[in-house]
Design a protein around this ligand. Structure first.
Ligand SMILES: *Cc1c(COP(=O)(O)O)cnc(C)c1O
Length: 484
């Protein structure tokens, strides 16, 4: 039975009422509003801000009711359609969703596992590279290819990676018809499984580059490429990092899907999210804005805890990064936090500009009291150090029999410390334990095995180019290799 999609979209002058074009605005207020496809293709706004929907669409409780028990793909369509509007035809969006999640190893795509009477684990690692980044990346490539094909255009995508993002991007873009992907990883500094997931994919659209440097060097090169306007236009440069709105949108889906399984829209629940760049937990905020009854969003950080500090003290302050066993959460600043700042300050772009300038000039800023109050109505946080992470892996294993990867373990430890007021608590599991076998074995004595679908990874031939830590060399490399 077809479900009604509420039509709460914006009306744009010059368009008939029947069409709905969703508009996106920059958090810094100095860039023109754009439609969904332009936002997806451009990533960062030209004023340095991040795009946000001009208004939050809302699903009716009746729609949520009707979605209980629906398959993942149906929930995905209902959650994303109000943010995409007419930019992608319905049949095409449904086909993309089916294609993206058909390859997941679990029929529920993101299944729930019960840990305790009121505590669940939401497993996001059943995609091809065993980390939650697959959920968004598998859809993003289809959305990008679709848009570019309609415009008879192509794009060159560049990303820097310390592991998970690159692997998920390579796996997603290996079949892209419209994009060339360049992934920069620090030579000799990613785990063997992560490197092989990138370098053993033999596809003409994918180019792996090992940089003689560290992850920050890779990131600096990518920034420099984006800053070069002429180069950017020439290769039609675009990004796949977690500030891309389309990625966040694809992630909002599993919050709604899990919530419906555990009693939404009748029951409130809390989510505990292992957090780095604030993309995943912001997707939970999007789900809440859309109508999911959320009691608490719990931000779990490792020892790199800038977010835990801001949520407890109101001061956002860089403090350097130290390497931990949950490397995908080793960040100094969390880009997507700017989106929350914008929304929680009654969407005041002047305030966002002021605070972001302060951050880049002095390395810190203080949240206005009103914004802090607004944020902490929904968000709470906790931080877990290395010792406590290992202890969490051990205690989860002995209490539940589940093996947790170190990122998930950080959240598990924080969830244990943070009492919900009511309703179920859902901890997000962002990577398969076999991606981090050494930490898991050290913690609980069990070495997790790679799922059989990844067998052969360690024998396949690798291909990558080794380049010096030099922007011009990388530019030339991309110019000669990208297909445009
Ligand atoms: C990327 C990643 C995270 C952090 O997610 P954000 O959206 O950056 O907050 C956590 N765990 C794993 C395994 C990841 O790959």
């Amino acid at each position: 039975m077809p479900l009604p999609i509420p039509r709460l979209m914006l009306r744009v002058p010059g368009r008939s009422v029947g069409e709905h074009c969703v508009r996106y605005i920059s958090t810094r207020g100095k860039a023109p509003p754009l439609g969904f496809e332009e936002v997806m293709l451009s990533g960062l706004a030209p004023d340095g801000g991040l795009y946000m929907p001009e208004e939050w669409p809302r699903l009716l409780d009746a729609t949520l009711f009707a979605l209980r028990g629906a398959p993942y793909g149906e929930v995905a369509f209902r959650v994303m359609a109000p943010f995409i509007g007419d930019a992608v035809p319905e049949a095409e969006l449904r086909r993309m969703i089916a294609g993206a999640y058909g390859s997941f190893a679990h029929a529920a795509v993101t299944p729930l596992v019960q840990l305790a009477p009121d505590h669940w684990l939401l497993e996001l690692f059943h995609g091809p590279t065993l980390a939650f980044k697959d959920v968004a990346m598998q859809l993003l490539v289809r959305l990008l290819d679709g848009s570019l094909e309609r415009r008879s255009d192509r794009a060159t995508l560049v990303c820097a990676t310390s592991g998970d993002t690159g692997a998920a991007a390579v796996e997603a873009f290996k079949n892209s018809a419209q994009c060339s992907l360049f992934v920069l990883h620090p030579h000799g500094r990613v785990s063997e499984v992560q490197r092989r997931q990138m370098t053993t994919v033999n596809a003409p659209s994918v180019h792996n580059v090992a940089i003689e440097g560290n992850f920050d060097d890779c990131q600096a090169i990518v920034k420099a490429l984006f800053a070069d306007r002429a180069f950017r236009a020439k290769v039609k440069l675009s990004g796949v990092n977690s500030i891309n709105w389309a990625r966040l949108l694809a992630q909002a889906v599993y919050y709604v899907y899990a919530g419906l399984s555990l009693g939404a829209p009748l029951r409130e629940m809390s989510f505990c999210v292992p957090t780095g760049n604030f993309g995943n937990v912001f997707a939970a905020y999007v789900a809440w804005k859309l109508g999911l009854p959320v009691e608490r969003l719990i931000v779990a950080t490792n020892a790199n805890n800038i977010l835990h500090r801001v949520l407890t003290t109101g001061r956002y302050e860089r403090a350097g990064v130290m390497p931990t066993m949950s490397p995908s959460m080793d960040i100094e600043v969390s880009s997507n936090f700017e989106r929350l700042l914008f929304d929680a300050s009654d969407r005041d772009p002047a305030l966002v500009r002021k605070l972001m300038t302060k951050l880049s000039e002095t390395g810190s800023f203080a949240l206005p009291a009103k914004t802090m109050r607004e944020i902490t109505r929904r968000f709470t946080s906790g931080s877990t150090d290395e010792t406590a992470t290992l202890a969490a892996i051990a205690s989860a294993f002995s209490a539940t029999g589940e093996l947790l990867d170190p990122h998930t373990a950080v959240a598990y430890a924080v969830a244990a410390k943070t009492a919900g007021r009511s309703g179920p608590k859902i901890t997000l599991s962002t990577a398969h334990p076999a991606k981090f076998p050494d930490a898991v074995e050290k913690a609980c004595g069990v070495r997790p095995r790679l799922p059989s679908r990844l067998a052969g990874l360690l024998d396949r031939r690798e291909a990558f180019d080794l380049l010096p830590n030099d922007v011009e060399t990388v530019k030339q490399h991309i110019l000669t290799r990208s297909d445009r």
